[in-house]
Structures are given as C-alpha cells and as structure tokens.
Design a protein around this ligand. Sequence first.
Ligand SMILES: [Mg+2]
Length: 186
Amino acid sequence: MIVLIDADGVLEDLSQKWVTYLNEKYGTSVRYEDLTEWDMTPAFPSLTRDQVYEIDRDEEFYSRLEPIPGAVEAVGRLLEDGHELYVVTTTPYQVVKPKMERAIFRFFPCFTWKNIIITANKHLIRGDVLIDDGVHNLMGGDYRKILVTAPYNRNFDAEANGMIRVGSWDEIYRAVSAMAADEKES
Ligand SMILES: [Mg+2]
C-alpha cells in the first residue's frame, strides 16, 4: 500500500518541543497535555502570533526534536512488509532543510528526498492511507485515515468522521496491516 505519514507529532515530537521552547524563552508554563487546539497561539495569550511561530526561523530548534516512541521500529517493519512510505508534511519552506537534516533523515535514514511531499493541501495527495495528528489534514482526501491521538484532538469524534483513532505506533502498525490484509481479500 501507499502509506502517507505526517511528520510533526507523528514521526517526531515537534509539538511537544515547541511548547518547551516557548516556556523556556518566555517564562510561560503551558503544558503540552493541556493544548486544546492544533494552533498553539491561543494557549500562549501573552505572546504574539509571531513569537509563537518564530521556531520557523530558528534552525537550532530542529536539533531538539526526537522520534516519537516506536516510530523508527514501525517504519522499518512497514518497509519490510513491502509498503511504499511517503512523509507528507506542511513544513514551511524556510525550514525544510533543518527539519529534514536534523530530524527526519537523521532518525529515519530509510527516507530520502524522494519520500518527502511538502504541501498544505494533503487532501490532494493520492495514497491508500494517511496517518496524521491534525484533524484538519484528514478532512477530505481519497484515502483511509488514521488519526493519532494528541491533546488537541482528543475530543474529536474520529469514528463518526470515518477515521480510525490510534494512540501509539504499535496501533498504527496494526491498523495499516489490517487494511493491507483487507485489501488483499477484496
Ligand atoms: Mg502533525
């Protein structure tokens, strides 16, 4: 199957590190677990939108990222199982290089530039399944949808919207494998 995988919050922990970065820099004490929206601006009322998004200009920030637990192993297993994997990310063009070099390609040497799709319109990409933690990215799109649980999507009714909710890379692996078995049967 063609498996489309989001980067931030799915392959690496950008969202968690983003909160820590802002807390350190501005003395705020926001907890990642308390985020209610994917857009972090409302969680930091004392900061301007520009201040919240300045990580986009700080290449050093990307060296802080770490892989989401289980991601490296599961990606390896999916490749072994013969799936075609693509990273589909809305990374701003200014930071594509640091994010790829300092995080994605470092943690997942199996990926090259040929596996990367940069777009703010994920619904236009063709594939069998999209794995994402942003509900807005999973709306529309002609593929199956796996929603990775995060604080900012926990109140969203995934099932009612045709998505499978998962909480770990183990569950992602099992969900993708079940879809593949399904497809073979039909
Ligand atoms: Mg994401």
